[in-house]
Write a new protein. Structure first.
Length: 111
């Protein structure tokens, strides 16, 4: 999956984590990959990227209004940064805001 090319369709913050509804761009090596629809460059699949923890999660939403694409679907940009630092802290960031999670459990559930 190409996370940096995927669209954030919804942001669902919670005290124990963050879930992002994605229009995920799948790469050719992904089992759910199919040839892109006519007029599309990439193969998209919707799903949820969830990051949760038993520890408090720091989330700051930007408050920015979503962009509206040609189909009328709102989006909040991309996940511009997603990774783990040396202190077992995961960081996610994009136009939608950011989250920092210690001891994170990460899952991706595609439709």
């Amino acid at each position: 999956m190409a996370l940096e090319e995927s669209w954030v369709l919804k942001v669902a913050p919670a005290t124990a984590g963050l879930a992002l509804r994605l229009g995920a761009v799948l790469t050719r090596d992904h089992p759910k990959y199919v040839e892109p629809e006519p007029g599309e460059v990439d193969c998209y699949c919707t799903g949820w990227l969830s990051v949760s923890s038993s520890e408090p999660v720091e989330i700051r939403l930007s408050g920015a209004a979503p962009a509206i694409d040609a189909t009328g679907t709102p989006d909040y940009g991309h996940v511009d940064a997603f990774g783990q630092d040396s202190e077992d802290r995961w960081e996610l960031e994009g136009d939608w805001g950011y989250a920092r999670v210690h001891g994170a459990r990460v899952s991706l559930d595609l439709d």
